[in-house]
Write a protein that binds this ligand. Structure first.
Ligand code: RB5
Length: 147
């Protein structure tokens, strides 16, 4: 898959680790940064990854900040993005099956590397169920377009 990843300084170490994990699995990964632990603003990276996913340049996006929360809030401002902050594999699975999430955000300060890898692997491997859930996702999209 073609994926975009991004982080702020607080998510940098976990983003690096997840990117390497995804590359080892054979994914094509575009890393928009950040590239060090110098302080930066997470919305700048959420926007780049969100816009790439919304434009169809990436199948999915992965964003990491300290908590994953700011990244989710910012990425969800991009029309077409359904970003979810995920702390375990069960929620990763549900976010794909029911919500057709296209961006997953991780907590660099609270999530262990092995857990992050498992979350991302589950997220990428799980299909949207469609059916009744499609109608609900369509209603989310309608809110975006009415705004
Ligand atoms: C940075 O200190 C921190 O606020 C940021 O990484 C993130 O957790 C925000 O939601």
């Amino acid at each position: 898959m073609r994926l975009y990843v991004g982080s702020d300084h607080a998510g940098f170490a976990l983003k690096e680790q997840v990117r390497e994990h995804l590359e080892q699995e054979g994914h094509e990964v575009v890393d928009v940064g950040t590239h060090s632990e110098d302080s930066v603003d997470y919305p700048d990276f959420a926007r780049q990854v969100g816009e790439a996913v919304a434009a169809g340049d990436a199948e999915y996006g992965i964003l990491v900040c300290g908590s994953g929360l700011g990244m989710a809030i910012a990425a969800n401002k991009v029309d077409g993005v359904r970003a979810v902050q995920v702390m375990d594999t069960e929620m990763a699975k549900m976010s794909r099956m029911h919500n057709d999430a296209n961006v997953v955000t991780l907590a660099g300060r609270y999530t262990e590397p092995a857990t992050a890898d498992a979350i991302v692997d589950t997220f990428l491997a799980t299909a949207f169920e469609g059916g009744r859930h499609q109608n609900r996702v369509d209603k989310i999209t309608a809110i975006e377009h009415e705004g």
